[in-house]
Design a protein around this ligand. Structure first.
Ligand SMILES: Nc1ncnc2c1ncn2[C@@H]1O[C@H](COP(=O)(O)OP(=O)(O)OP(=O)(O)O)[C@@H](O)[C@H]1O
Length: 287
């Protein structure tokens, strides 16, 4: 059973004067339990539309999806998910602590379990000190961290995060990456959208690239990086101790090494030169 299974998901928005936007054009995607999948795409690609369909916030025009084998329309599917919206908005006349107690009760938590989990996630998200301050006095990054705290609170099996790193400074981003890796270690499934390639390279097992409502590539991060080998950097030492570095294509590699050895020079290092995830992403989306 997949943690997340999306079959032929499509969404057409109908606007004024019969104007339609085909935001999703039939997406098929499965994510395993214990897997971190980065859902990568430029602005307007269809990431939030996919996530809103999964969370039942909008209805797909065609297709279906399940979470841990349960239809996304069911209450059971929703309770097994931790969801972070793209622009989380909270009851800002509550403190972070009050808000988390409210969320926990909505998930059926109470008593010691609820107060213990509140304390744990407030500490994990570095919100313990300001926990009694009203959310309206928080900075943008703090509000984003309240969003992540409510995602983690009920310890669900599946996490659907819409741009979890947005609005965070480098320290906050590192914290989120650490949280995602910790969820992975604990066998959870994390599906998160982003347009930042570096986030994907560091924490994901697989990447799904979406553009204009269509999935363009779904593959393991290491395959994508290997596929993008541009050549090899060869470091060659001369007899006088000087080092020369040359970048050569795969077809010339053997010849360059043989020639250098025949000339009495040593090969110090041969390293593949890979395309970055960013270059790969820009190729896919056609820039
Ligand atoms: N309610 C709506 N009515 C009409 N069009 C919409 C609606 N919501 C989204 N769209 C359109 O659907 C397309 C996909 O939008 P979506 O918000 O899913 O993109 P995204 O990949 O999440 O982008 P971003 O990175 O900018 O958040 C866009 O062309 C957008 O303008």
């Amino acid at each position: 059973m997949y943690a997340l299974e999306i079959r032929g998901l499509g969404k057409t928005f109908r606007g004024k004067k019969l104007r339609t936007v085909e935001a999703l054009k039939g997406i098929d995607l499965c994510v395993e339990q214990g897997e971190v999948l980065g859902f990568l795409g430029p602005n307007g690609a269809g990431k939030s539309t996919t996530i809103k369909c999964l969370m039942g916030l909008i209805r797909p025009t065609v297709g279906s999806a399940t979470i841990l084998g349960r239809d996304i329309a069911s209450a059971e599917a929703r309770t097994s998910v931790g969801y972070l919206p793209e622009n989380p908005a909270f009851y800002d006349y509550l403190s972070a602590e009050e808000y988390l107690l409210f969320v926990g009760r909505a998930f059926g938590m109470q008593g010691d379990l609820l107060s213990r989990r509140c304390e744990e996630v407030l500490k994990q998200l570095e919100l313990w000190e300001p926990r009694r301050r009203l959310i309206r006095t928080y900075s943008k990054g703090m509000v984003q961290r309240v969003g992540l705290a409510q995602v983690l609170l009920h310890d669900p099996e599946v996490y659907i995060l819409d741009e979890p790193m947005s609005g965070l400074d480098p320290i906050g981003r590192a914290l989120v990456k650490e949280i995602v890796l910790d969820l992975k270690r604990r066998g959870k499934c994390v599906f998160f959208s982003t347009h930042i390639t570096d986030d994907v390279e560091k924490v994901c097992d697989r990447v799904a690239v979406i553009n204009h409502g269509e999935l363009k590539v779904v593959d393991r991060v290491e395959n994508i990086l290997m596929r993008g080998t541009e050549g090899y950097a060869v470091s060659i030492a001369a007899a006088d101790g000087s080092v020369e570095e040359r970048v050569v294509a795969e077809a010339q590699l053997q010849g360059v090494i043989s020639d250098a050895v025949a000339a009495g020079r040593s090969i110090l290092k041969v390293e593949p030169r890979r395309k970055s995830m960013e270059a790969f992403f820009l190729d896919i989306v056609g820039h």
